[in-house]
Design a protein around this ligand. Structure first.
Ligand code: FAD
Length: 322
């Protein structure tokens, strides 16, 4: 019996959200006195693979096939099912990121394994296998007991801080039985979204709303994001009006982000917007209306005109960073 963790990569680098999943999986393995094995598909350096030991993986199964650099969910499910059998894995851990959301339900169906999607706690094994998750857009929690023999958990990104050690993992080549039919779906184009930092991985997010008046004013927001090394996001009406691309839209009907710092500029703070950002560790709101509802959810608020405040903030960040 073991714990298997899917550690997905982008352009040869293991994603931060996947490292969180590895660390979580290693803790689950330690709880039950078993071992943690990470699975990586695609071209990744031996050094990068071995570094998963820093997050608690004892072993890394590596499927070194360049055709898997951009992994399709059906193919990933097939590879993982074979790895589960090989490792006799009782628990499979994913990040609740793009790939985890696509693959975990398919694997759950194939293995007839119960799945908790978006876990925010380690399993309580004293009372079964009980995992906590957010429900109703973070307004409540549910404690879900997985009773099936095999169990799958996807871990909500930015929930568990990374604490790397100096461990290394043993890397083992893994060659699942793949055929040409497993590569029928080919991505035509892979783009890094939301500027310099992928939105759902970002530690800092700078987000704009209708208060910015039009797409031509996004330069002030991008300057601040650039100075902070942040991803950019927006409210839904902004994406609906094509001021910004839809992959920047956060909220109930968009992406959920949980960065360490979320800066909301000219966003009123409607409940549907808050649903996607209220897990952020620190929220800063810049709005000219002191009655804007967002201030109730803010850790820091600046009442002022974004066109005056944001450039000053950017200048201060640049000065601070030298
Ligand atoms: P507004 O509500 O127009 O607010 C603009 C704000 O900018 C105001 O507070 C104003 O005081 C401020 N402002 C104006 N000028 C300045 C200035 N110069 N400087 C500083 N501040 C200024 N919304 C989402 O964002 N995400 C979702 O996922 C989402 N899903 C939805 C799902 C449903 C079913 C429904 C019904 C709605 C959903 N919405 C969603 C829409 C949501 O209800 C709000 O309408 C939306 O979030 C408002 O966007 P906004 O804050 O950018 O615009």
């Amino acid at each position: 019996m073991s714990v298997l963790i899917f550690a997905d990569q982008f352009q040869g680098k293991i994603k931060k959200s996947a490292l969180e999943a590895v660390q979580y999986g290693a803790k689950v393995a330690a709880q039950s006195g078993t071992t943690a094995t990470a699975l990586v598909a695609g071209e990744v350096s031996a050094e990068e693979l071995a570094s998963l030991g820093q997050y608690g993986a004892q072993k890394v199964l590596h499927v070194a096939d360049a055709r898997l650099n951009e992994l399709e969910a059906g193919t990933a499910t097939k590879i993982l099912a074979e790895a589960v059998a090989k490792e006799n894995a009782a628990v499979v851990v994913f990040s609740h990121n793009f790939s985890g959301r696509a693959i975990a339900p398919q694997l759950s169906s194939r293995l007839k394994a119960g799945l908790v999607a978006g876990a925010i706690s380690l399993p309580d094994t004293a009372n079964g296998f009980v995992v906590k998750k957010n429900v109703f857009s973070g307004k409540a929690f549910a404690n879900v007991n997985i009773t099936s023999e095999k169990k799958i958990v996807s871990v909500l990104p930015n929930t568990f801080s990374l604490a790397p050690t100096d461990g290394t993992a043993a890397v083992e080549a893994f060659a699942p039985a793949l055929t040409d039919a497993d590569f029928r779906i080919k991505p035509l184009k892979v783009e890094t979204i939301s500027g310099e930092v992928p939105l759902t991985e970002a530690e800092i997010v700078v987000s704009g709303g209708r208060g910015l008046k039009g797409p031509e004013h996004w330069g002030i927001l991008e300057d601040l994001a650039h100075a902070l090394g942040a991803a950019t996001a927006c409210s839904r009406p902004v994406a609906d009006a094509d001021w910004r691309p839809h992959h920047e839209h956060v909220g109930q009907t968009g992406f959920t982000v949980r960065p360490n710092l979320y800066i909301a500029i000219g966003i009123s703070g409607a409940i549907q917007h808050l649903a996607g950002v209220n897990g952020s560790k620190v929220i800063v709101v810049i709005n000219k209306d002191p009655e804007a509802p967002f201030f109730k959810a803010a850790d820091y608020g600046i009442v002022g005109d974004a066109f005056e405040v944001v450039p000053k903030l950017t200048a201060a960040v640049k000065k601070y960073k030298g």
